[in-house]
Each structure stands twice: as structure tokens, then as C-alpha cells.
Design a protein around this ligand. Sequence first.
Ligand SMILES: Cc1cc2nc3c(=O)[nH]c(=O)nc-3n(C[C@H](O)[C@H](O)[C@H](O)COP(=O)(O)OP(=O)(O)OC[C@H]3O[C@@H](n4cnc5c(N)ncnc54)[C@H](O)[C@@H]3O)c2cc1C
Length: 506
Amino acid sequence: MSEYGHVEPRDSFNESLVRNVHPPDWVNPEPTTRYNLVVLGAGTAGLVTAAGAAGLGARVALVERHLLGGDCLNVGCVPSKCLIRASRAMADVRDAGLFGVRVPDGADVDFAAVMERMRRLRSGISDHDSASRFRSLGVDVFLGEARFTGRDTVEANGKTLRFGKACIATGARAVCPPIEGLDAAGFLTNETVFSLTQRPGRLAVLGAGPLGCELAQAFHRLGSKVTIIEMAPQLLSREDPDAAALIVEAFRRDGIDVRLNTKVKRVTRIGSEKQILADVDGQEAVTPVDEILVGAGRQPNVDGLGLEAAGVAYDPRHGVVVSDRLRTSNPKIYAAGDVCLKYKFTHTADAAARIVIQNALFWGRKKLSTLTIPWCTYTDPEIAHVGLYERDARERDIALDTFVRRFDDVDRAVADGETDGLLKIHVKKGTDRIVGATIVARHAGEMISEITLAIVGKVGLGTIASVIHPYPTQAEAIKQAADAYNRTRLSPFVKKVFQRLMAWRR
Ligand SMILES: Cc1cc2nc3c(=O)[nH]c(=O)nc-3n(C[C@H](O)[C@H](O)[C@H](O)COP(=O)(O)OP(=O)(O)OC[C@H]3O[C@@H](n4cnc5c(N)ncnc54)[C@H](O)[C@@H]3O)c2cc1C
């Protein structure tokens, strides 16, 4: 992506994307006297807030400076998952021999075609987020920069919008780490990497968070030689250590050079080559690459928004300060999505938007803290989580019983050749109340919803044991963990009573 409203490369797919989400000939409407709701930013949080509020009869203005759809559609979830799917196709062909399937001439990746497929699918999906669709929903769509000019006014492209309530949904952007020489050498972020048309021969990925891990594996499988460099001792440092270890194993089996405990000190550009000087346990090493992708975290978009004029408290690192009900320090103004939330996901932006609609427009008292939020990193295998980790429970002094299943004990995973998986379900000690779970499996993101449903619906692990799961499925791992829980209910005393009963009936 380059300047606002432009997308590289200029091909028919990107042209149709831009026609949908930043139409070059768009004429901003004349503002109404006063809006019920003005929404700043049209990513997931802004679009859901605007569409929901307009659907309920509110007069809504939505202001977007770049592309409707925000990060998720344009430079996040959608393009990354398209690339990941292509990279899985490549890995399946690569591994076909393990299944007795011969691919005589081997497999080859047409990188330009992979990227073109992504652009085609993205432009198709963009219909849903288009400016004209939102206009037809009754939303006044303004293209241009939004900025508060007072406690109840926003300026959008020279026009003043008065509001009863406003929602800040301006999202976040890539953090650029302060590494000597990095700026001068040049680097990619999620805003530019999906514009590539040529595969980088050697790619360094700085940061092994979800974004870094997903793209490192995808690019490696698509033919780049990838080195992933992480300062922390664990890849995906927030995840369960046993689960993260399985991802490292999978990466190394793929041939990715995984460097943990490694701090980049300097980057130097020599001709077209970028040399990364890094420190591992006091030893310096130089890695020459063609491109660097930075995945070192996200920082909220709060600059230039006029938050001072609106009386909205914020912090440049953590974003707009909100209450549990997503209200800012100005009672007329709410916030949703990456600009204010710790968990920066599309589904949390969506859930937060729904809270804002209720609380801002309908005297609702919905709280963010009541949400159960699952998440998934789409590596292969995927790693999905919901609720507490063991370390969270320790910090809060909650005693746990943990039920673990390895996927080499799950028939379907064996048949699928996908045994490098793991399921951990935590229950409150001595009860079957599920408080957290982590799954590593090829489709862990699909499987975590069963556990999320159980947590939200207060369905205990004992009840899951009585739920019939089709055989063979990988989700049977969840039933196996539930069966393991049920076995713990068979105390020595009850077992002895049963044995006596059986002996008597023989
Ligand atoms: C590579 C990558 C992959 C991801 N994959 C996933 C995934 O698989 N699953 C998942 O759940 N999440 C994923 N995410 C995270 C997800 O994209 C974000 O959590 C989500 O987009 C947040 O939505 P938002 O509406 O808060 O912000 P954004 O989508 O960032 O939207 C904010 C919008 O506000 C606009 N804006 C900013 N300032 C102004 C201003 N002053 N005036 C007008 N407009 C403004 C911006 O241009 C932008 O369009 C991924 C992110 C990245 C980067």
C-alpha cells in the first residue's frame, strides 16, 4: 500500500478493490445538522459500528482516510490467509510422497500467480465493505482524514460533523523497532508485503509474534529462504510453552532458520543486500538477506486525531483509554478495535463494536470484561487458545486440573499424518468448570469454538464427555480429554463398590 487511496500493483484486481473501498470519483455527502453517531475509521470496528447503528435507525457518518475494510480486508487477515492457503498447497505437494503419492517433477511455486490469486480474492471480498454498500445501508460515508475539533465535532475533509455520540475506530499500525540502519536499509511491513509481485530470495522476519510466524512459514513454503529472529526465548511468547515448542519443531522441519534469544543490533545495506547484525548469547552473527519483514507488534493510531480538543485521554503505546464499557474520558465518545483493545483481532473489534452500539445509543451497560475471546495463529499446525493459561491461573492463585491429549493418540490425526498436535484443557481444580484451553492442530482454529461455546454456555467437561463426536475426527481429542476428566471421578471407594457389585452379579 502507498499513499491514501492507492494500492500497488496497479492491476485490474486492485483497481476493482479501490473502486469498492476508496472510489476515486466519490463525492462526500453534505453533512446533516447533527449525527446520532460519527465513526472515525472504517476497519472492522468502524464498519460494524456504522452498519449496526444505521440498521437500528441512527443517523450515522463514517469517515475513512484510506481504504474501507481497514487492515483485515486490505493488509491483514484476508491477504495473509490467501497466502497461507497457497503455502499449504505447496507443503501438501511437497509431502505427498509420505502418503504414497508421487509428484514426478516435484512442485514449483509461481509466486506472481499466488499474489494475483490473493488480489483477485481480496477484491471479490471487498464488495461487502464497499463505500456504495454502506451508502445503501443509510450511512453517510466521508473519504478523508477525520479529526476532532471539539468535544462534539469532527472535521472530515474540510466538513464539520456534529455528533451526539462518536466512536473512535482508527485501528493500529506496525511498530518500527529502533534498530540502527533499519530505516535506511528499507523493510517491509504488513502494509507493503502484500504488494510484492516477486518473491524475495532470502527473507528475514523480525519478530516471532502471530504475524511474523504466519508470514515466515508462508513465505518459506512459497520458496523464500526464511530466517525468523526473535528476542524472547520463545516463539509466540504469549502462548503455552509446550504448544509453542510444537510450532518451533514444525518450523525447523520445514527448514526455517529459527533464532530465539537473538537481538538485532544493526542493519547495513550493501548494494541490494541487507546485512543483519545480531547478538546471540554474547556472540555476534551477520545474516545477509534480500528483504526484511518487520512483525514487531502494533501501535494504535492516535496521532493527529485531535484527541486533546475532544477531551479524550490516550496513551501513545496502549491507545485510547476506555472503561470496561468502552467509554472514553469524554462521555459522548466511545472507542472500539485495535485503537483501544489489548487483544487486536478482527473478532474482538467486531464484538467491541456491538458493545459500543448498545452502550452509546441505547443506554446499554455491556462490559468488555464479560467477553470470552478465543484466538488463533494460522501457522501449520495452527495454535488456538481461549481463557486462562496455566501462568494466568498461577498469578491469580487459581488451582487447576489440566487434561492433556497428544494427537498421536487421535485416530483421525494419525490417518491424516497430522500427529504433531496437542490439546490442553484446564478446569478449576476438583470441578469440571473449563477455564481455559490451548489446541495445536492443523485446524485448531475450527476446534477451539467447541470449548469457547462450553465456557460461554457454562457446559462442564463432564457434559462434553456425553456429547457424541463423529468418528474419526480430530475434535475427538476434546472428548478424550473429557473422558479423562470423568475417569478422575471414579474414586477408589466408588471403584471398590462397583467391583463388589460386579462380583455379586457374576
Ligand atoms: C498481517 C495481519 C494478519 C492478521 N490476521 C488476523 C486474523 O487472521 N484474525 C484476526 O482476528 N485478526 C487478524 N489481524 C488483526 C486484524 O486485522 C485487526 O485486529 C483488525 O483489522 C482491527 O480492526 P480495527 O477496525 O480496529 O482497525 P483497522 O482495521 O486498522 O481499521 C482502522 C481504519 O481507520 C482508518 N483511520 C485511521 N486514522 C484515521 C483518521 N484519522 N481518519 C480517518 N480514518 C482513519 C484506517 O485507515 C483504517 O482503515 C491481522 C493483522 C495483520 C496486520
